[in-house]
Design a protein. Sequence first.
Lengths: 501, 221
Amino acid sequence: MTDLLANLGLGFAVALSLQNVTLCFLGCLVGTLIGVLPGVGPIATIAMLLPITFGLDPVGALIMLAGIYYGAQYGGSTTAILVNIPGEATSVVTTLDGHQMARQGRAGVALGIAAIGSFFAGTVATLLIAALGAPLTRLALIFGPAEYFALMVMGLAFAVVLAHGSVLKAVAMILVGVLLAAVGTDLETGQERMTFGLAFLTDGVDFSVLAMGLFGVAEILRNLDQTETREIARARIGRLLPSLADLRQVAPATLRGTAIGAILGILPGNGAVLGPFAAYTVEKRLARDPSRFGRGAIEGVAGPESANNAGAQTAFIPLLTLGIPPNAVMALMVGAMTIHGIVPGPGVMTKNPNLFWGMIASMWIGNLMLLVINLPLVGLWVRLLQVPYRLMFPAILMFCAIGIYSINALPTDVMLIAAFGVFGYGLIKFGFEPAPLLLGFVLGKLMEEYLRRALTLSRGDVLVFLERPVCAVLFLVAVTILAAALLPSLRRGRDAVFTEA
Amino acid sequence: MSDASDGVRRAGSVVRAPQSFVAGLVLVLLGMFGVWAASDLPRGTLGAMGPGMLPHWVAIGVALCGGVLAATGLVRAGAGLQTFGLRGPLVVVLAILAFAVTIRPFALGPVAGPGLGLIVAGPLAVIVGGYATPEARFRELLILALLLTAGCMLLFGDLLNLPIPIFPTAVIEAASGRIPSRVLLRLAAGALALAGLGLLALERRATRRTRTDVAPHAMTT
């Protein structure tokens, strides 16, 4: 306990320096600004803004990126409430009751509750990360390559189960991602793989290029297909601060949402996505009068929003302790860390305590900033939302091009985002989800490395994965949930969680 | 595009979920392509995996998934093919390519770009890209392009100091030694911003004049 306090003290000392507080503030502000734009989710926002952080020192850069992430996430909730367009998968549920509240002239209260719920969830999640960080890191140190491989397989299995739609399509996407990750120079032998002699493929496909193509450009193409139906809440925003009665009503929902979101967020394989759906379902089941849900029930905003934010934050745990990014956003964080010469994993905490604890402390500060920034700026976001898409997407396009160009100063990277954009558009049209592909791409490289190392150590004996107890358990979990997802009865249950909401 | 979907729909008696069926076939092709692309790499043994081992088996996995997906498309009824927009993808790709070949001197085989910097590549991307939607209006896009480019020049070039070329190489050579690059950047950004704001003011005045006749207060809500 004293350790924890001392560590948090160190963290706050780092995070509260003038430079870092400013960066955190700027990150939250810019993140919200871009995240509010409909059709730009956190992944595209971070990929677009990544170059801005290049010139900073590692601690400042990661604090700013984390701020951008929370900002983008909160921006997504704002669009969900005001325009009925979820900025990303996790704010889908917020549209249900949040937008109804907005139509009833209670948009302000919905936004306020979302911000307060998120702040509370963020506070709890910060403490959780601080408490779990040290023990999990110790656990990570006894993990060998076989265990890491098994852990990643389990993460991917979760990603398959948690993806919407067909299990088969999600598996296919992950495999395509792993295949894409194999392009480039082989780390062990130095041999070029599947580069077709093209010089710009020698280093492989850059992660941010893939992310920007699949999530930035493809999203633009998809939006261009639909004629615009944005219904901005025309009614007054109303007052922002919820009344005491409101607060009393949402308090239990916020607590439950935080708990659900925090637990699911730790799961490798993007458990955070499930949090808001699960929280909404729970609130609806527990409510005395479930028929209020979908008609502007305030708990229907508070629960999922708290879960959303708690999950967004606890998703940092696998990254910071084990070095395994559980979802695409965290994969971008890996990219950012490597650019600054930091290898994510158990070493971060011991080698860069400033960075580790500073980042954790900045999470709490970031959440406070969101509360401070968003409540007075709601008017500005509303005006931003009125910008027609025909003006918005050329701007997004230009930011994407500049952002990608400035990472490696390669025009071929810019061309590749066009190629991946069209590819992603095709995927969407054929009912595939690009998120598992991205996760497969990130984990693919790590997995191959650990698989090869594990098999070299065991002299090619595949049974090593079953002989080591931790490893065997992880594989068992992976197989069980995959099998469960394929069982018809459970599959119906899974679909229900996603659609009932 | 519509021909293809019609064709599949006509064969509806055999293919019950065209979307899954076609997607599966594409995956099979992709997997086969992967197997071919990795075929020249040594696979090694389990104890000492070569560079070709993982790509080979993963590509086979992709093809298998595709095969099963296509098969389910024959058995189980499902979604039909969606219509693809052509204008959007084509124009957006064109805009990105325009940016890529003009941002810096560039040569890919016989094609060579002159290297015009952000000041040309930026507006080019915005204006060309804007035409991806039929609602595009040239004046609007021009104003947007001018203001955005000015903003990006200041943000990325001046404030963040990212190594992104701002001006055409010829201009940089002519100006080197005479005007400090920072000053040049700020002057140019200022000029672009002024031009953009001027156009915007003109546009506003024009619309306001027409608007006062038509709808005096409906727009204020």
